[in-house]
Write a protein that binds this ligand. Sequence first.
Ligand code: ADP
Length: 439
Amino acid sequence: MNAAPSNHERQVQVWALMGSVPALVLAAFLAARKPEARGWAWAGLAATVAAALGSSLQVRRRVRHPLQTLSNLLAALREGDYSFRGREGSDDALGVAFHELNTLAELLQQQRIGAMEATALLRTVIEEIDVAIFAFDAEDRLRLVNRAGEALLGQPKERALECSAAELSLDEALGGPSSILDAAFPGGAGRFELRRSTFRQGGRPHRLLVMSDLTRPLREQERQAWQRLTRVLSHEINNSLAPIQSLAGSLASLTRRALPEGESAEDLQQGLAVIERRSAGLQRFLSAYARLAKLPAPERRALALEALVPRVARLETRRPITVNPGPELTVSADEDQLEQALINLLKNAAEATEITNGGVWVTWRREGRWARVDVCDEGPGLPPTANLFVPFFTTKVGGSGIGLALARQIAEAHGGSLALENREAGPGARAVLRLPLPG
Ligand code: ADP
């Protein structure tokens, strides 16, 4: 930066010129008093004036140049460029000033790197944390959302940012008085714990909303409780069933030999056969529950939905299943478990449409960081109960009530979710299975 000559520089030059004043006075005195030396005196006077001017300009340059360098360095610091360094070397006042400035630039550079690293860490934590975080400005427009928030809203941040809290259905969560909210969002319904606070950015007030989904930990506790119960019950019932079944078998063969052919022998045989069949059925039933209670950890590998979904759809033979292919999507999942979950959902959809003769279709798409699979049917819709996912709950004759519970357990073991809802566009239900996409 080149500044116009300042008073300071002019003063320095004037003071440098002042040093020649005595010589000038002497030369003028000599020229006036000694006419024979006038020629020499004028020559001396001219030489003194020239030398004084030259040296004063040099002094001015020497003062001005380092000051300009210093001001350029300070301007660079002010603009956030900390890479400039002044030339140190000497231990005079100028050298010390440059040294101090260089140390300041280094310090600011380190502080900036530290601040950038801290911001990057904070950003990563905010992104990775599995509670939904939203920041709204004074006009209730969304300014910040993390990944969990995107998943809850069911839309990417590019679309959600700038939307109002009401447009995102977050107005109640943001402005309401309670700290617990039961609500349904595109990314899932459940019970949420709300924490609200305010902060200022750019001098303007902002509101922060943190929503943690309590459903999953509650469900986990619930699951552990019924898994324990199932284990105890299965053990007890199995202990009694096994001897009942084998005794019924041996009594049947005994009566075949011991009793003469006749109506009472036949009745007895039939009765024993029923006991045997029913206890075998009960045992199968119990082993299905045991599967639910002992679901192993998923053995993940890369699975392409465009291959898996049509393959599973072909297994359901009761009703025609339409596959509406979505984009190519690869999830990291346990193949057997994921197949099992889809089989259960398709089975329910097919059974629901057996009464109405409606259609069943399955499709998938990408939703933010999720792969979303929809199994839709034109059945009668869901029964009005909150118990659909409760193990053993069934409205079907001969139903086991473990299909949905097992499918949800599989989805959650993969870090995903499963929800069931009535379709808005017509009668029937829709199962929404979400699985995290790798990366
Ligand atoms: P099950 O099929 O043995 O009854 P599930 O756990 O799979 O066990 O389902 C539990 C209940 O949820 C079913 O009995 C049914 O009432 C309801 N349900 C599940 N899927 C649907 C659907 N697509 N349409 C209507 N009701 C459904």
